[in-house]
Design a protein around this ligand. Structure first.
Ligand code: SME
Length: 157
């Protein structure tokens, strides 16, 4: 499937290079965080067709579901729990090629097979995470890490 799409849409890297200026244009000049997170989730979902794309926001001692695109998802995740809570605790991007092999993975949907979670860090504290789920195994690699981190860095929290 990914191979077929690359004929039409370009390589993953080309797709990121095309979408990054679009995302920058969408969010620059708009101060509202929720509006920007919503548009970023929509732009990524449209471009890549991933199963689920969304943000969790740090609120007190939990991550709380923010703007997303895809099926309904769990609303609250504690620090250190699941891929998202582990990303929050470690302040590092996590790539999970097979969610069933990640200890403590929180399955919002059994259709999700691989995942990448990127932290948004402000003054050395995680304030949100970007979570992307795929319904195929092994969908995410260093290219996704590099470009999704760039996208998260563009957001003003
Ligand atoms: N799988 C995530 C939970 C969020 S949903 O995938 C949208 C986790 O383990 O933290």
């Amino acid at each position: 499937m990914a191979e077929d799409l690359s004929i039409v849409k370009g390589t993953k890297e080309e797709q990121y290079q095309s979408i990054i200026p679009q995302i920058r244009a969408l969010i620059e000049g708009e101060p509202d965080l929720i509006a920007n997170l919503a548009n970023i989730a929509a732009a990524l979902k449209e471009q890549f067709g991933w199963f689920w794309v969304g943000f969790y926001l740090v609120k007190g001692d939990e991550l709380v579901l923010g703007p997303f695109q895809g099926p309904v998802a769990c609303t609250r995740i504690r620090k250190g729990r699941g891929v998202c809570g582990t990303c929050w605790a470690n302040k590092e991007t996590i790539i999970v090629p097979d969610v069933e092999k990640f200890p403590g993975h929180i399955a919002c949907s059994s259709l999700s097979k691989s995942e990448i979670v990127i932290p948004a860090v402000l003054y050395n504290e995680v304030v949100a995470v970007l979570d992307v789920d795929s319904d195929s195994y092994d969908s995410f690699d260093e290219t996704d890490k590099v470009y999704l981190e760039k996208i998260v860095e563009m957001i003003s929290f």
